[in-house]
Ligand binder design. Sequence first.
Ligand code: SF4
Ligand code: SF4
Length: 585
Amino acid sequence: MEKPKLSVKEFLAHLRRQTVSEIISDDCLAAFSNVEAQFGNKFSRVSGFEVRLGNPSRYVDYILTAEEKNIPFVDFIWIEIDYEQFAADKKIEPCFFVDVTPKNGDYSEFWDKVLPMFMGEQRARKLRAPLDNLTANLPEGAIIKQIGTMTGRGELNFMCLAVLLSKWEDICPALKKIGWKGDINALWATIESWHENFGVALTFDLSEKGVHDKMGFELFPRWRHPLLVDRFIARLERSGLCLHSKGDALRRWIRILPDVEPFIQTDIHYFKLNYLDGKIIEAKAYIEQTPHLIHHYFSNYYRPLYVEFMLKDEKNTLPIAIALKYIYDCKENNIRRVKFSGDVGNYEHIDRLLNVCKENKIVATVELSKKITREQLKGMIAAGASEFIADIENSALKILQELNFANIQAKFFVDDENFRDLEQITKFASSLGVKELILTGMNPHNIKKSAPSRDALEYIANFISNYEKAPAQMKLSVEPCFSVLKAFMGGENPKKNPNRGINRGCTAGRNHFCITSTGNFSPCKFIPDEKSNSIADYWQKSQTLENFRAYESPCTDCSYKRRCLPCPALKIQICPLASYKSTLY
Ligand code: SF4
Ligand code: SF4
């Protein structure tokens, strides 16, 4: 599967919003405009920064990737740009690295084809013999993970290597085998206590004379709980290898809430200790912005994925001026999705709202909870509705099919009486050209319905599992609000259960909130609302949202507890897997 990439411009926009001035000074941040001028429209898998933890200077080197089509075996190339390069307002000459992926462990073919193209014929010829020697002497289980050139710095006589070892105890044997000439006992006495459980990589330079004396150790390469990362940072601080100001910035960096669309998460890729002549001479952190989900240790996104607008209910109608104000507020906050719900058919300004969304490139989903006419649907489509969601019983689905509208989701509220209809409902939804059938249940959408029994959950889980095995046009999914089913499908062992992260259950206040028909704000349309001034204010400062984000399953005696976040708006409902009483509000 193609790895997600973002433009360097998007990464830098995020960096400017989430500044860590103890690491990246205003001058350094401003100098990134030179990077942007040269690389801004390029797409990268990651955006990384090399931070010198013990150095009071507040600048970083920059790391990005670029697709590579000319060098065999190499799909992409790592580009490292020194601060001195991008601070000087001239053409940037970076350093390059590539990941080493020898075919069937045969490095020679890789070196034959990659080296001359990567570092030039002359240097490849010069360094080939020491490289072959090193490759032949790699200890069992060790692999060369990366090679690099420092051409951008004008250093043409050596190459950089990163060698991955499978365990910590391999360090000394590996150094001996690859011909490192330093004092191995002194090195071990210095480095031993930094024992790393998840593998370690050695980084060093290699020239015609062999392996250079300075040795780097890449540590902490696997993401762990922020409190464990904090402990490692504290250790670096105690050892005098990391300034407290930089340690504080790192602790903040790993806690920055991810952007949702496009997704950007901040993390520490790894730390590096550089060793020379009997001591650790410096520590570095390689921090990054990534479009990949690295960990789930966050309770909500920086801004909501979408805002729901409850346009009309039995008592109130959202004034158009307020609706428009908050749509523009969505745009201002880079929120790219809204959902219109309530009695949308009888909301006289629905077409205008859809038009404004279209003009502002906001994806507008319309939830149809009541009967609606063909003319009303035609009007909404013409005005720019991006998507419709309707209960499976709603006749709107048939009309939308007749109108050739493709982006339709249907919802099936499953209870203990209708779960055996699932197969028939799936066929029916598919015959209507529905793009996604969403199963929901155990939430106030239909409070009168009884929760499915354990047998029913098992039946549904088996049905979904079989459905997913065969290729099908229509997607079958489970709404996060139906957390009990999602948790049940993942199995009783919380370590193996994949139902984690924001979508594991109630997403109120985590990826969305609702502007109600009174113009007030609430985490979800089923929760009482409150006043607020703006989307950013509410999202950042509401105590109610804080409570929802801190909410955990209240069921003490259930083995699914860690992977389930049941609906807090259901005051009391008997769960087939145990029982709970929710008292959140
Ligand atoms: S008992 Fe609670 S935690 Fe367990 S599955 Fe039911 S709702 Fe989820
Ligand atoms: S409170 Fe949460 S789980 Fe309940 S309906 Fe709202 S979003 Fe869904």
